[in-house]
Ligand binder design. Structure first.
Ligand SMILES: [Zn+2]
Length: 223
């Protein structure tokens, strides 16, 4: 018997999925301004704002143009300044969101900027998009400070979302208010349960792991 073996059908060109490969030379030669993103996180009272201002100041001494942004939600100290817990001040833009920054500053002024500092970054829902564009497209150095976790040690706002975008990430620690050891967490002294509760040392304290767990247990028993 003679069997006709079926001739394998040649796939038409249009059916072959095209694999798009990026040309390494093309990537290497495209000229883009080189931006950077640096993230400073940690609990409250860890000196995040101080670290941000120090970093901003050292950038400023290189003759670079700087702008500082903070959320207008936190009005504890001054609306138009970033103020550290020890009282150091720096003029800033207090804004409800980051997308309004360029518009408020003006396109021309924005183009002149080299460095953008963002304090209390956990309050900015558009942090990811803003940082991405500022560093990738506009060549800005963006230095971001904010809380990584809330008082329940859960991810707080968008700060951790920008870690994959960042050049560096620094986690600062405070001193445990109860034993003086390194504190990694923010403990809420009061019984309010909303995530965003703005407050200072009367509402929050930095604690070590042991005192975080002890404190949470005491709260549970009381509640
Ligand atoms: Zn402790």
């Amino acid at each position: 018997m003679f069997h006709h073996t079926p001739i394998p059908q040649i796939q038409k060109m249009s059916q072959i999925p095209t694999v798009h490969r990026s040309d390494p030379d093309q990537i290497a030669n495209s000229i883009r301004p080189s931006g950077q993103i640096h993230v400073i996180v940690g609990p409250m009272f860890a000196g995040k704002t101080t670290a941000l201002l120090r970093r901003i100041n050292s950038e400023g001494t290189n003759g670079r143009n700087i702008a500082m942004i903070k959320s207008n939600k936190d009005t504890r100290y001054a609306i138009d300044s970033v103020v550290t817990h020890d009282g150091t001040k720096y003029p800033c833009w207090a804004l409800p969101d980051l997308q309004s920054f360029k518009q408020k500053l003006g396109e021309e002024e924005y183009d002149k900027l080299d460095v953008i500092g963002i304090d209390e970054a956990q309050f900015f829902d558009d942090l990811y998009d803003f940082c991405c564009k500022a560093a990738d497209d506009d060549g800005k150095t963006v230095i971001v400070a904010g809380l990584d976790g809330d008082y329940l040690r859960r991810n707080f706002g968008p700060v951790l979302d920008i870690v994959p975008l960042a050049d560096t990430v620094t986690k600062l620690t405070a001193r445990c208010e109860l034993c003086g050891k390194r504190a990694h967490f923010t403990f809420r002294k009061t019984n309010e349960t909303e995530t965003e509760l703005i407050g200072g040392a009367d509402t929050y304290m930095p604690v070590c792991r042991q005192h975080y767990v002890n404190g949470s247990m005491v709260k549970k028993t009381v509640a």
